[in-house]
Ligand binder design. Structure first.
Ligand code: ATP
Ligand code: MG
Ligand code: MG
Length: 552
Protein backbone atom coordinates (compact mmCIF):
# COMPACT_ATOMS: atom_id res chain seq x y z
CA UNK A 1 0.00 0.00 0.00
CA UNK A 2 1.37 3.36 -1.00
CA UNK A 3 -0.44 6.57 -0.18
CA UNK A 4 0.62 8.22 -3.44
CA UNK A 5 -0.57 5.42 -5.72
CA UNK A 6 -4.22 5.54 -4.68
CA UNK A 7 -6.94 7.60 -3.10
CA UNK A 8 -6.78 11.34 -2.52
CA UNK A 9 -3.16 11.97 -3.54
CA UNK A 10 -3.50 9.88 -6.67
CA UNK A 11 -6.56 11.91 -7.64
CA UNK A 12 -4.74 15.16 -6.98
CA UNK A 13 -2.03 14.09 -9.38
CA UNK A 14 -4.56 13.00 -12.00
CA UNK A 15 -6.21 16.41 -11.84
CA UNK A 16 -2.94 17.90 -13.01
CA UNK A 17 -0.76 15.11 -14.40
CA UNK A 18 2.29 17.22 -15.18
CA UNK A 19 6.01 16.59 -15.06
CA UNK A 20 8.08 17.60 -13.27
CA UNK A 21 5.99 17.76 -10.13
CA UNK A 22 7.08 20.63 -7.88
CA UNK A 23 5.85 20.88 -4.27
CA UNK A 24 6.84 22.73 -1.12
CA UNK A 25 6.71 22.22 2.63
CA UNK A 26 6.08 25.70 4.06
CA UNK A 27 6.50 25.84 7.85
CA UNK A 28 6.37 29.03 9.81
CA UNK A 29 9.66 29.17 11.73
CA UNK A 30 7.86 30.01 14.96
CA UNK A 31 8.12 26.70 16.83
CA UNK A 32 9.34 23.14 16.79
CA UNK A 33 7.67 20.71 14.41
CA UNK A 34 5.38 18.05 15.86
CA UNK A 35 4.06 14.68 14.75
CA UNK A 36 1.35 16.39 12.66
CA UNK A 37 4.03 18.14 10.63
CA UNK A 38 5.58 14.76 9.87
CA UNK A 39 2.47 14.08 7.83
CA UNK A 40 2.86 17.37 5.96
CA UNK A 41 6.52 16.55 5.28
CA UNK A 42 5.72 13.01 4.14
CA UNK A 43 2.90 14.28 1.90
CA UNK A 44 4.80 17.12 0.24
CA UNK A 45 8.27 15.62 -0.08
CA UNK A 46 6.87 12.16 -0.70
CA UNK A 47 4.49 13.29 -3.46
CA UNK A 48 7.33 14.97 -5.34
CA UNK A 49 9.65 12.00 -4.84
CA UNK A 50 7.02 9.51 -5.97
CA UNK A 51 6.49 11.44 -9.19
CA UNK A 52 10.18 12.02 -9.80
CA UNK A 53 9.86 15.75 -9.09
CA UNK A 54 11.24 18.12 -6.46
CA UNK A 55 10.16 19.75 -3.24
CA UNK A 56 11.23 23.02 -1.65
CA UNK A 57 11.61 23.62 2.04
CA UNK A 58 10.17 27.11 2.21
CA UNK A 59 10.26 29.05 5.43
CA UNK A 60 7.11 31.08 5.53
CA UNK A 61 8.75 33.87 7.47
CA UNK A 62 6.43 36.80 7.04
CA UNK A 63 5.64 37.17 10.72
CA UNK A 64 8.82 38.67 12.18
CA UNK A 65 7.44 38.91 15.70
CA UNK A 66 7.32 35.13 16.26
CA UNK A 67 10.38 33.85 14.40
CA UNK A 68 13.66 32.66 15.84
CA UNK A 69 16.92 31.26 14.50
CA UNK A 70 16.72 28.05 16.55
CA UNK A 71 13.47 27.07 14.80
CA UNK A 72 14.98 27.45 11.32
CA UNK A 73 17.80 25.15 12.33
CA UNK A 74 15.60 22.55 14.03
CA UNK A 75 13.11 22.42 11.16
CA UNK A 76 15.86 21.90 8.59
CA UNK A 77 17.32 19.09 10.70
CA UNK A 78 13.99 17.34 11.11
CA UNK A 79 13.29 17.29 7.37
CA UNK A 80 16.71 15.77 6.81
CA UNK A 81 16.27 13.33 9.66
CA UNK A 82 13.06 12.07 8.05
CA UNK A 83 15.18 11.29 5.01
CA UNK A 84 14.19 14.09 2.64
CA UNK A 85 16.39 16.43 0.68
CA UNK A 86 14.83 19.75 -0.31
CA UNK A 87 15.74 20.85 -3.84
CA UNK A 88 16.40 24.21 -2.19
CA UNK A 89 15.75 25.95 1.09
CA UNK A 90 13.86 29.16 0.36
CA UNK A 91 12.39 31.96 2.42
CA UNK A 92 9.27 33.94 1.70
CA UNK A 93 11.26 36.93 2.93
CA UNK A 94 13.72 36.52 0.02
CA UNK A 95 10.78 37.59 -2.13
CA UNK A 96 9.91 40.73 -0.18
CA UNK A 97 11.04 43.03 -3.01
CA UNK A 98 9.24 41.01 -5.68
CA UNK A 99 6.13 40.72 -3.55
CA UNK A 100 6.16 44.48 -3.10
CA UNK A 101 6.19 44.91 -6.89
CA UNK A 102 3.26 42.53 -7.20
CA UNK A 103 1.38 44.60 -4.67
CA UNK A 104 1.94 47.73 -6.77
CA UNK A 105 0.82 45.75 -9.84
CA UNK A 106 -2.30 44.76 -8.02
CA UNK A 107 -3.03 48.36 -7.09
CA UNK A 108 -2.51 49.40 -10.70
CA UNK A 109 -5.02 46.77 -11.79
CA UNK A 110 -7.44 48.33 -9.31
CA UNK A 111 -7.18 45.13 -7.29
CA UNK A 112 -6.15 46.69 -3.97
CA UNK A 113 -6.57 49.84 -1.89
CA UNK A 114 -5.03 51.38 1.17
CA UNK A 115 -7.54 51.27 3.99
CA UNK A 116 -7.49 53.15 7.31
CA UNK A 117 -10.38 51.42 9.02
CA UNK A 118 -10.08 49.89 12.48
CA UNK A 119 -11.23 46.46 13.59
CA UNK A 120 -14.74 47.55 14.52
CA UNK A 121 -15.31 49.25 11.20
CA UNK A 122 -14.05 46.26 9.26
CA UNK A 123 -16.31 44.00 11.24
CA UNK A 124 -19.32 46.17 10.45
CA UNK A 125 -18.41 46.20 6.75
CA UNK A 126 -18.46 42.41 6.84
CA UNK A 127 -21.99 42.30 8.14
CA UNK A 128 -21.26 42.51 11.87
CA UNK A 129 -22.64 40.18 14.54
CA UNK A 130 -26.07 40.19 12.92
CA UNK A 131 -24.73 39.09 9.53
CA UNK A 132 -26.28 42.15 7.96
CA UNK A 133 -25.48 43.42 4.48
CA UNK A 134 -21.83 43.79 3.54
CA UNK A 135 -20.46 47.05 2.21
CA UNK A 136 -17.16 48.69 1.29
CA UNK A 137 -15.65 51.67 3.03
CA UNK A 138 -14.86 55.01 1.37
CA UNK A 139 -11.20 54.01 0.99
CA UNK A 140 -12.20 51.44 -1.61
CA UNK A 141 -13.23 54.29 -3.87
CA UNK A 142 -9.83 55.99 -3.86
CA UNK A 143 -8.24 56.35 -7.28
CA UNK A 144 -5.29 54.11 -8.19
CA UNK A 145 -2.84 57.04 -7.96
CA UNK A 146 -3.83 57.79 -4.37
CA UNK A 147 -3.56 54.11 -3.40
CA UNK A 148 -0.09 53.92 -4.91
CA UNK A 149 1.00 57.02 -3.09
CA UNK A 150 -0.35 55.86 0.25
CA UNK A 151 1.08 52.38 -0.19
CA UNK A 152 4.49 53.92 -0.87
CA UNK A 153 3.87 56.01 2.22
CA UNK A 154 3.31 52.80 4.19
CA UNK A 155 6.57 51.45 2.82
CA UNK A 156 8.41 54.65 3.70
CA UNK A 157 7.26 54.71 7.31
CA UNK A 158 4.61 57.43 7.10
CA UNK A 159 2.11 55.34 9.06
CA UNK A 160 2.25 53.63 12.41
CA UNK A 161 1.04 50.07 12.81
CA UNK A 162 -2.74 49.84 12.34
CA UNK A 163 -3.00 53.33 10.79
CA UNK A 164 -3.05 51.92 7.30
CA UNK A 165 -3.09 48.56 5.57
CA UNK A 166 -3.30 47.36 2.01
CA UNK A 167 -6.50 45.55 1.24
CA UNK A 168 -7.30 43.38 -1.73
CA UNK A 169 -10.36 44.39 -3.73
CA UNK A 170 -11.98 41.00 -4.05
CA UNK A 171 -15.71 40.25 -4.15
CA UNK A 172 -17.70 41.14 -1.08
CA UNK A 173 -20.85 39.66 -2.65
CA UNK A 174 -19.23 36.23 -2.55
CA UNK A 175 -20.51 34.08 0.33
CA UNK A 176 -16.93 33.08 1.16
CA UNK A 177 -15.39 35.35 3.84
CA UNK A 178 -11.97 34.78 2.26
CA UNK A 179 -13.19 37.08 -0.53
CA UNK A 180 -14.17 39.98 1.69
CA UNK A 181 -11.30 42.30 0.87
CA UNK A 182 -8.58 40.60 2.88
CA UNK A 183 -5.46 42.35 4.12
CA UNK A 184 -2.43 42.07 1.84
CA UNK A 185 0.11 44.20 3.73
CA UNK A 186 0.30 45.62 7.22
CA UNK A 187 2.66 48.07 8.91
CA UNK A 188 4.73 46.38 11.59
CA UNK A 189 7.24 47.91 13.92
CA UNK A 190 9.40 44.80 14.02
CA UNK A 191 12.87 43.81 13.01
CA UNK A 192 12.93 40.79 10.74
CA UNK A 193 15.21 37.83 11.33
CA UNK A 194 16.62 38.02 7.79
CA UNK A 195 15.81 41.46 6.42
CA UNK A 196 16.44 43.44 9.59
CA UNK A 197 14.86 46.89 9.51
CA UNK A 198 14.65 47.15 5.72
CA UNK A 199 10.89 46.79 5.74
CA UNK A 200 8.24 48.56 7.69
CA UNK A 201 5.47 46.67 5.95
CA UNK A 202 5.02 42.91 5.82
CA UNK A 203 2.80 40.85 3.51
CA UNK A 204 0.10 38.59 4.96
CA UNK A 205 -0.19 34.85 4.49
CA UNK A 206 -3.08 35.33 2.05
CA UNK A 207 -1.01 37.60 -0.13
CA UNK A 208 2.30 35.79 0.16
CA UNK A 209 1.57 32.12 -0.04
CA UNK A 210 -0.03 31.87 -3.46
CA UNK A 211 2.44 34.28 -5.05
CA UNK A 212 5.48 32.46 -3.62
CA UNK A 213 3.97 29.21 -4.86
CA UNK A 214 3.71 30.81 -8.27
CA UNK A 215 7.29 32.16 -8.18
CA UNK A 216 8.57 28.66 -7.38
CA UNK A 217 6.44 27.05 -10.09
CA UNK A 218 4.71 24.82 -7.59
CA UNK A 219 2.49 22.41 -9.50
CA UNK A 220 0.53 20.96 -6.57
CA UNK A 221 0.24 23.12 -3.47
CA UNK A 222 -0.84 20.69 -0.76
CA UNK A 223 -2.09 22.06 2.53
CA UNK A 224 -4.47 21.10 5.32
CA UNK A 225 -8.25 21.48 5.15
CA UNK A 226 -8.47 24.65 7.25
CA UNK A 227 -7.33 26.36 4.03
CA UNK A 228 -10.27 25.12 1.92
CA UNK A 229 -11.99 28.50 1.98
CA UNK A 230 -8.71 30.19 1.19
CA UNK A 231 -8.48 28.32 -2.08
CA UNK A 232 -10.78 30.87 -3.72
CA UNK A 233 -8.64 33.86 -2.74
CA UNK A 234 -5.48 31.91 -3.61
CA UNK A 235 -6.78 31.41 -7.14
CA UNK A 236 -8.21 34.91 -7.38
CA UNK A 237 -4.90 36.63 -6.63
CA UNK A 238 -2.69 34.72 -9.07
CA UNK A 239 -5.29 35.10 -11.78
CA UNK A 240 -5.65 38.81 -11.16
CA UNK A 241 -1.88 39.28 -11.30
CA UNK A 242 -1.73 37.14 -14.46
CA UNK A 243 1.07 34.99 -13.15
CA UNK A 244 1.55 31.20 -13.23
CA UNK A 245 -1.22 29.43 -11.32
CA UNK A 246 -0.36 26.50 -9.05
CA UNK A 247 -3.18 24.20 -7.93
CA UNK A 248 -4.04 24.15 -4.22
CA UNK A 249 -5.60 21.01 -2.74
CA UNK A 250 -6.33 20.23 0.92
CA UNK A 251 -5.86 17.08 3.00
CA UNK A 252 -6.93 16.25 6.57
CA UNK A 253 -4.72 17.07 9.53
CA UNK A 254 -3.21 14.39 11.70
CA UNK A 255 -4.24 14.76 15.33
CA UNK A 256 -2.90 12.57 18.11
CA UNK A 257 -5.02 12.07 21.20
CA UNK A 258 -3.60 11.58 24.68
CA UNK A 259 -1.09 14.41 24.36
CA UNK A 260 -0.97 18.15 23.66
CA UNK A 261 0.64 19.61 20.54
CA UNK A 262 -0.05 23.29 20.90
CA UNK A 263 3.08 25.41 21.29
CA UNK A 264 1.60 27.39 24.13
CA UNK A 265 0.81 24.27 26.14
CA UNK A 266 4.13 22.57 25.55
CA UNK A 267 5.88 25.80 26.51
CA UNK A 268 4.02 25.65 29.83
CA UNK A 269 5.07 22.04 30.42
CA UNK A 270 8.67 23.00 29.69
CA UNK A 271 8.74 26.25 31.65
CA UNK A 272 7.07 24.75 34.69
CA UNK A 273 9.46 21.78 34.53
CA UNK A 274 6.92 19.02 34.11
CA UNK A 275 9.22 17.72 31.37
CA UNK A 276 12.93 17.92 30.64
CA UNK A 277 12.60 20.23 27.65
CA UNK A 278 11.04 20.51 24.19
CA UNK A 279 12.70 17.22 23.33
CA UNK A 280 11.48 15.31 26.38
CA UNK A 281 10.67 11.76 25.24
CA UNK A 282 7.14 12.08 26.63
CA UNK A 283 6.28 14.83 24.15
CA UNK A 284 5.30 14.53 20.50
CA UNK A 285 7.42 17.22 18.98
CA UNK A 286 9.62 15.62 16.33
CA UNK A 287 12.76 16.41 18.34
CA UNK A 288 11.19 14.54 21.28
CA UNK A 289 10.18 11.54 19.21
CA UNK A 290 13.69 11.45 17.81
CA UNK A 291 15.29 11.66 21.25
CA UNK A 292 13.07 8.84 22.46
CA UNK A 293 14.64 6.63 19.80
CA UNK A 294 11.78 6.24 17.34
CA UNK A 295 13.37 5.64 13.93
CA UNK A 296 12.34 8.08 11.19
CA UNK A 297 11.30 5.14 9.01
CA UNK A 298 8.70 4.16 11.59
CA UNK A 299 7.16 7.65 11.47
CA UNK A 300 6.88 7.51 7.69
CA UNK A 301 5.41 4.04 7.96
CA UNK A 302 2.83 5.38 10.42
CA UNK A 303 1.77 8.22 8.10
CA UNK A 304 1.57 5.85 5.17
CA UNK A 305 -0.50 3.31 7.11
CA UNK A 306 -3.05 5.96 8.05
CA UNK A 307 -3.31 7.10 4.45
CA UNK A 308 -4.31 10.55 3.24
CA UNK A 309 -7.87 11.74 2.73
CA UNK A 310 -9.67 15.04 3.16
CA UNK A 311 -10.82 14.02 6.64
CA UNK A 312 -8.82 14.84 9.74
CA UNK A 313 -7.35 11.72 11.34
CA UNK A 314 -7.63 11.35 15.11
CA UNK A 315 -5.26 8.72 16.34
CA UNK A 316 -4.49 7.37 19.77
CA UNK A 317 -0.93 7.27 21.01
CA UNK A 318 -1.17 3.49 21.33
CA UNK A 319 -1.60 3.17 17.59
CA UNK A 320 1.60 5.09 16.96
CA UNK A 321 3.46 2.93 19.48
CA UNK A 322 2.13 -0.18 17.79
CA UNK A 323 3.61 0.89 14.43
CA UNK A 324 6.93 1.71 16.07
CA UNK A 325 6.99 -1.66 17.82
CA UNK A 326 6.30 -3.55 14.60
CA UNK A 327 9.02 -1.60 12.84
CA UNK A 328 11.61 -2.20 15.55
CA UNK A 329 10.77 -5.87 15.89
CA UNK A 330 12.44 -6.81 12.64
CA UNK A 331 15.15 -4.17 12.50
CA UNK A 332 17.04 -4.00 15.79
CA UNK A 333 19.34 -6.41 17.67
CA UNK A 334 18.57 -8.06 21.00
CA UNK A 335 20.60 -7.56 24.15
CA UNK A 336 20.15 -8.51 27.78
CA UNK A 337 19.54 -5.69 30.22
CA UNK A 338 18.58 -6.09 33.88
CA UNK A 339 16.66 -3.17 35.36
CA UNK A 340 16.80 -4.17 39.03
CA UNK A 341 19.69 -6.61 39.43
CA UNK A 342 20.09 -9.20 42.14
CA UNK A 343 23.16 -11.49 42.19
CA UNK A 344 22.83 -15.24 41.75
CA UNK A 345 25.89 -17.33 42.62
CA UNK A 346 25.75 -20.58 40.66
CA UNK A 347 27.78 -22.84 42.90
CA UNK A 348 28.78 -25.46 40.34
CA UNK A 349 29.26 -23.12 37.40
CA UNK A 350 32.51 -22.45 35.64
CA UNK A 351 33.13 -19.48 33.41
CA UNK A 352 32.04 -20.22 29.83
CA UNK A 353 32.07 -18.22 26.66
CA UNK A 354 28.76 -18.04 24.81
CA UNK A 355 28.08 -16.96 21.27
CA UNK A 356 24.79 -15.08 21.22
CA UNK A 357 22.92 -14.10 18.05
CA UNK A 358 21.80 -10.47 17.88
CA UNK A 359 18.46 -11.65 16.56
CA UNK A 360 17.90 -15.36 16.13
CA UNK A 361 15.33 -14.79 13.36
CA UNK A 362 17.75 -12.62 11.37
CA UNK A 363 21.08 -14.50 11.25
CA UNK A 364 22.51 -11.78 9.02
CA UNK A 365 22.68 -9.51 12.06
CA UNK A 366 25.44 -11.76 13.35
CA UNK A 367 26.29 -12.67 16.91
CA UNK A 368 28.51 -11.59 19.77
CA UNK A 369 30.54 -13.32 22.44
CA UNK A 370 29.48 -13.15 26.05
CA UNK A 371 31.36 -14.54 29.00
CA UNK A 372 29.11 -16.21 31.52
CA UNK A 373 30.50 -15.84 35.03
CA UNK A 374 29.89 -17.87 38.16
CA UNK A 375 27.85 -14.98 39.51
CA UNK A 376 25.15 -13.59 37.24
CA UNK A 377 22.57 -10.85 37.81
CA UNK A 378 18.89 -11.43 37.26
CA UNK A 379 15.82 -9.25 37.60
CA UNK A 380 14.55 -8.92 41.17
CA UNK A 381 11.06 -9.54 39.84
CA UNK A 382 12.16 -12.90 38.40
CA UNK A 383 12.70 -14.37 41.90
CA UNK A 384 10.27 -15.41 44.60
CA UNK A 385 11.14 -16.44 48.11
CA UNK A 386 8.21 -18.84 48.21
CA UNK A 387 7.42 -21.02 45.24
CA UNK A 388 3.97 -21.87 43.97
CA UNK A 389 2.62 -24.18 41.30
CA UNK A 390 1.59 -21.53 38.83
CA UNK A 391 4.89 -19.67 39.07
CA UNK A 392 7.58 -20.48 36.50
CA UNK A 393 10.54 -18.30 37.28
CA UNK A 394 13.27 -18.66 39.92
CA UNK A 395 12.34 -19.84 43.42
CA UNK A 396 13.78 -22.27 45.95
CA UNK A 397 13.96 -25.67 44.28
CA UNK A 398 12.28 -24.33 41.10
CA UNK A 399 14.26 -24.62 37.87
CA UNK A 400 14.33 -21.77 35.40
CA UNK A 401 16.31 -21.32 32.20
CA UNK A 402 18.87 -18.56 31.77
CA UNK A 403 18.72 -17.33 28.19
CA UNK A 404 21.46 -18.89 26.03
CA UNK A 405 22.93 -20.87 28.94
CA UNK A 406 23.13 -24.67 28.41
CA UNK A 407 21.56 -25.72 31.75
CA UNK A 408 18.73 -24.37 33.83
CA UNK A 409 19.39 -23.37 37.41
CA UNK A 410 17.46 -23.77 40.62
CA UNK A 411 17.74 -21.71 43.76
CA UNK A 412 19.06 -23.45 46.87
CA UNK A 413 19.22 -20.58 49.35
CA UNK A 414 19.15 -16.83 49.64
CA UNK A 415 20.25 -14.12 52.04
CA UNK A 416 18.36 -11.03 53.06
CA UNK A 417 19.08 -7.65 54.52
CA UNK A 418 15.86 -6.66 56.22
CA UNK A 419 13.12 -7.24 53.67
CA UNK A 420 15.41 -7.20 50.72
CA UNK A 421 16.94 -10.28 49.13
CA UNK A 422 20.63 -9.51 48.62
CA UNK A 423 21.96 -12.73 47.12
CA UNK A 424 20.63 -16.00 45.77
CA UNK A 425 22.62 -19.20 45.63
CA UNK A 426 21.76 -21.67 42.92
CA UNK A 427 22.96 -24.82 41.20
CA UNK A 428 22.65 -26.19 37.69
CA UNK A 429 19.92 -28.70 36.96
CA UNK A 430 21.60 -30.99 34.48
CA UNK A 431 18.82 -33.53 34.11
CA UNK A 432 15.09 -33.40 33.71
CA UNK A 433 12.56 -31.51 31.57
CA UNK A 434 13.25 -28.30 29.75
CA UNK A 435 12.17 -25.36 31.91
CA UNK A 436 8.96 -23.50 31.03
CA UNK A 437 10.59 -20.09 31.22
CA UNK A 438 13.91 -18.51 30.27
CA UNK A 439 14.92 -15.32 31.99
CA UNK A 440 17.47 -12.68 30.99
CA UNK A 441 20.63 -12.05 32.99
CA UNK A 442 23.92 -10.17 32.90
CA UNK A 443 27.35 -11.48 33.86
CA UNK A 444 29.68 -10.08 36.48
CA UNK A 445 31.47 -7.00 35.15
CA UNK A 446 28.52 -5.72 33.12
CA UNK A 447 28.20 -1.99 32.62
CA UNK A 448 25.94 -0.07 34.95
CA UNK A 449 23.41 2.15 33.13
CA UNK A 450 20.47 4.40 33.92
CA UNK A 451 17.17 3.45 32.31
CA UNK A 452 14.32 5.90 31.93
CA UNK A 453 10.92 4.39 31.36
CA UNK A 454 8.44 6.95 30.19
CA UNK A 455 4.75 6.41 30.48
CA UNK A 456 1.96 8.51 29.11
CA UNK A 457 2.34 12.10 30.34
CA UNK A 458 -1.41 12.47 30.85
CA UNK A 459 -3.99 10.33 32.56
CA UNK A 460 -6.75 11.09 30.11
CA UNK A 461 -7.03 10.43 26.44
CA UNK A 462 -8.20 14.03 26.07
CA UNK A 463 -5.97 16.11 28.35
CA UNK A 464 -7.19 19.30 26.64
CA UNK A 465 -10.73 18.65 27.87
CA UNK A 466 -9.74 17.46 31.35
CA UNK A 467 -11.27 19.00 34.45
CA UNK A 468 -8.95 21.69 35.75
CA UNK A 469 -7.13 21.85 32.41
CA UNK A 470 -4.33 19.76 30.94
CA UNK A 471 -1.88 20.51 33.77
CA UNK A 472 -4.27 18.97 36.29
CA UNK A 473 -4.30 15.82 34.18
CA UNK A 474 -0.59 15.06 34.36
CA UNK A 475 0.36 11.50 35.29
CA UNK A 476 2.65 11.76 38.34
CA UNK A 477 4.36 8.50 37.33
CA UNK A 478 5.17 9.44 33.81
CA UNK A 479 8.88 8.85 34.34
CA UNK A 480 10.37 5.87 36.18
CA UNK A 481 14.12 5.77 36.63
CA UNK A 482 16.19 2.64 37.19
CA UNK A 483 19.62 3.91 38.13
CA UNK A 484 21.42 0.62 38.83
CA UNK A 485 20.49 -1.30 35.71
CA UNK A 486 23.07 -3.52 33.99
CA UNK A 487 23.69 -4.01 30.29
CA UNK A 488 25.66 -6.88 28.80
CA UNK A 489 28.85 -6.15 26.87
CA UNK A 490 27.21 -6.83 23.48
CA UNK A 491 26.10 -3.20 23.83
CA UNK A 492 29.53 -2.05 22.66
CA UNK A 493 29.09 -3.69 19.28
CA UNK A 494 25.52 -2.47 18.94
CA UNK A 495 26.83 1.03 19.61
CA UNK A 496 29.65 0.66 17.11
CA UNK A 497 27.30 -0.56 14.42
CA UNK A 498 24.63 2.13 14.90
CA UNK A 499 22.53 3.47 13.26
CA UNK A 500 19.93 0.78 13.76
CA UNK A 501 17.94 -0.19 11.82
CA UNK A 502 21.13 -1.13 10.07
CA UNK A 503 19.61 -2.09 6.75
CA UNK A 504 17.04 0.68 6.52
CA UNK A 505 19.82 3.26 6.08
CA UNK A 506 18.99 5.99 8.55
CA UNK A 507 19.78 9.36 7.06
CA UNK A 508 23.22 10.88 7.57
CA UNK A 509 22.05 13.03 10.40
CA UNK A 510 20.69 10.03 12.29
CA UNK A 511 24.12 8.52 12.14
CA UNK A 512 25.86 10.48 14.81
CA UNK A 513 22.87 10.62 17.09
CA UNK A 514 22.85 8.57 20.31
CA UNK A 515 19.19 7.72 19.68
CA UNK A 516 20.17 5.59 16.70
CA UNK A 517 21.79 3.10 19.10
CA UNK A 518 18.64 1.00 19.45
CA UNK A 519 17.99 -2.52 20.60
CA UNK A 520 15.42 -4.76 22.14
CA UNK A 521 16.23 -5.45 25.79
CA UNK A 522 14.95 -9.00 25.87
CA UNK A 523 11.82 -9.36 28.01
CA UNK A 524 12.06 -5.67 29.00
CA UNK A 525 11.41 -3.14 26.22
CA UNK A 526 12.83 -1.49 23.12
CA UNK A 527 15.58 0.89 24.16
CA UNK A 528 17.68 3.70 22.74
CA UNK A 529 20.53 5.77 24.10
CA UNK A 530 19.49 9.16 25.48
CA UNK A 531 21.23 12.40 24.55
CA UNK A 532 22.06 13.02 28.23
CA UNK A 533 24.55 10.11 28.05
CA UNK A 534 28.27 10.69 28.49
CA UNK A 535 31.24 8.41 27.91
CA UNK A 536 31.16 7.44 31.58
CA UNK A 537 27.45 7.19 32.06
CA UNK A 538 25.06 5.57 29.63
CA UNK A 539 21.43 6.59 29.90
CA UNK A 540 18.76 4.66 28.04
CA UNK A 541 15.18 5.55 27.15
CA UNK A 542 12.43 3.11 26.58
CA UNK A 543 11.25 3.65 23.01
CA UNK A 544 8.17 1.45 23.43
CA UNK A 545 7.17 -1.51 25.52
CA UNK A 546 7.25 -5.00 24.04
CA UNK A 547 3.50 -5.42 24.24
CA UNK A 548 0.71 -2.94 23.89
CA UNK A 549 -0.92 -3.36 27.31
CA UNK A 550 2.30 -2.87 29.26
CA UNK A 551 2.76 0.65 27.98
CA UNK A 552 1.06 2.54 30.80
P1 ATP B 1 0.72 24.42 14.46
O1 ATP B 1 -0.20 25.53 14.83
O2 ATP B 1 0.34 23.11 15.04
O3 ATP B 1 2.16 24.80 14.63
P2 ATP B 1 0.64 25.32 11.74
O4 ATP B 1 -0.34 25.00 10.68
O5 ATP B 1 0.66 26.68 12.27
O6 ATP B 1 0.52 24.21 12.89
P3 ATP B 1 2.90 25.54 10.00
O7 ATP B 1 4.26 25.85 10.44
O8 ATP B 1 2.16 26.58 9.28
O9 ATP B 1 2.11 25.02 11.28
O10 ATP B 1 2.85 24.17 9.21
C1 ATP B 1 3.53 23.89 8.03
C2 ATP B 1 2.70 22.90 7.26
O11 ATP B 1 2.39 21.78 8.06
C3 ATP B 1 1.39 23.50 6.81
O12 ATP B 1 1.18 23.16 5.45
C4 ATP B 1 0.37 22.85 7.70
O13 ATP B 1 -0.86 22.71 7.04
C5 ATP B 1 1.01 21.50 8.00
N1 ATP B 1 0.54 20.95 9.26
C6 ATP B 1 0.55 21.55 10.47
N2 ATP B 1 -0.01 20.77 11.40
C7 ATP B 1 -0.40 19.63 10.77
C8 ATP B 1 -1.08 18.44 11.19
N3 ATP B 1 -1.47 18.27 12.45
N4 ATP B 1 -1.32 17.49 10.26
C9 ATP B 1 -0.93 17.66 8.99
N5 ATP B 1 -0.30 18.75 8.53
C10 ATP B 1 -0.04 19.74 9.40
MG1 MG C 1 0.52 28.03 9.78
MG1 MG D 1 2.63 26.99 13.13
Amino acid sequence: MNMFAQGFLDEVYKERPVKPVVTRFPPEPNGFLHIGHAKAIAVNFGFAKYHGGKCYLRFDDTNPEAEEEKYFVAIKEMVKWLGFEPCAVTYSSDNFAKLYEKAEDLIKKDGAYVCHCGDAEIKAQRGGESHGPRFRCEHAKQPVEQNLEEFRGMRDGKYKPREAFLRMKQDIEDGNPQMWDLAAYRVLDASHHRTGDTWKIYPTYDFTHCICDSFENITHSLCTTEFILSRVSYEWLNKKLEIYEPMQREYGRLNITGTVLSKRKIAKLVNEKYVRGWDDPRLFTLIAIKRRGVPPGAILEFVNELGVTTNPTNIQLARFDQTVRKYLEVTVPRLMLVLDPIPVVIEDAEEIELDIPFYAKAPAMGSHKLKMTKTVYIERSDFREVDSKDYFRLAPEKAVGLLQVPYPIKAVSFTKDGDKVTEIRAVYVKEGKKPKTYIHWCPEGSRKVEVRIHNSLFNSDKPDDAEGGFLANINPNSEEIWSDALIESGFDEVKRRAPWPEAAGESELGKGGPESIRFQATRVAYMAVDSDSTDDKVILNRIVSLKEDSNK
